[in-house]
Design a protein around this ligand. Structure first.
Ligand code: G3P
Ligand code: MG
Length: 245
């Protein structure tokens, strides 16, 4: 049986400030075999790692990423909101994360956060960075913006893509094929054993999110998920090793 990928959501975000190098390093320490992260574009066109379009929640600065240059991001504390011990954490560039995991076999799920802000050129920039690090075989690009995923697939057929969605779609494996996607990144409640079996029969992997409860992890593993996205990769590692509480 194929190993289920243990994706740390925004890094080990249950233990460290999300989407920081501390959270990514912690994820690797705790047994994650994959990392999920969110990317956006700065005013000067750099691909950076952050979930919200605004800097307010994680740095206290009431300003949009699209209006901020990379050098200014380097001055912002992206860790204290979580705990004072993380005050040195910064908003990383995607390149920093690629370098951190380049010499591991970690799978990287890069979520393009271009559902609200269009960020023209984001797709191509992400593809170039992934290609430059020679990691195309270990990256899955996901997004709620499925137009963007089609663009990615056309520009880089060698990189896998996953459609993100919240509601139960009708025969999503068929829809996935219309947008040339390889995986379904579905909200956890949309996933059943029958559904994953049918998706797998159509060659489409299922990676549900965001699953923090060990009983739900077990159910989804039994239901045939190919990967599970969690804030607590240590819990999932225990479950996958057959030791989960
Ligand atoms: O990729 C799964 C999950 O990250 C999607 O939602 O809002 O946490 O980025 P969000
Ligand atoms: Mg995400």
């Amino acid at each position: 049986m194929k190993k289920i990928i243990n994706f740390a959501h925004r890094g080990a975000s249950g233990y460290c400030p999300e989407n920081t190098l501390a959270a990514f390093s912690k994820a690797l320490e705790l047994g994650a075999t994959g990392i999920e992260t969110d990317v956006q574009l700065t005013r000067d066109g750099q691909v950076v790692i952050i979930h919200d379009e605004s800097l307010l929640r994680t740095t206290g600065l009431n300003q949009l990423i699209k209006d901020t240059d990379l050098t200014e991001l380097g001055t912002l504390d992206a860790g204290s909101w979580f705990s004072p011990e993380y005050k040195a954490e910064r908003i990383p560039a995607l390149e920093q994360l690629l370098k951190l995991i380049k010499h591991t076999d970690t799978i990287l799920n890069i979520e393009l956060k271009n559902g609200i802000m269009p960020y023209p050129g984001l797709e191509q920039k992400v593809i170039e960075l992934v290609r430059a690090c020679q990691m195309t075989d270990r990256v899955i690009i996901s997004s709620f913006n499925h137009y963007s995923l089609v663009q990615c697939k056309q520009a880089a057929p060698e990189i896998r893509t996953g459609i993100l969605y919240m509601e139960r779609l009708y025969r999503p494996w068929e829809y996935a094929k219309t947008v040339q996607a390889d995986a379904l990144h579905a909200y956890k409640l949309a996933v059943t054993p029958e559904w994953t079996a049918e998706a797998a029969a159509h060659g489409i992997a299922c990676h549900p999110f965001t699953v923090n409860d060990t009983d739900e992890m077990k159910q989804l593993a039994r239901a045939g998920a190919a990967g599970i996205i969690t804030d607590y990769p240590d819990r999932l590692a225990e479950v996958l090793a057959g030791r989960g509480a």
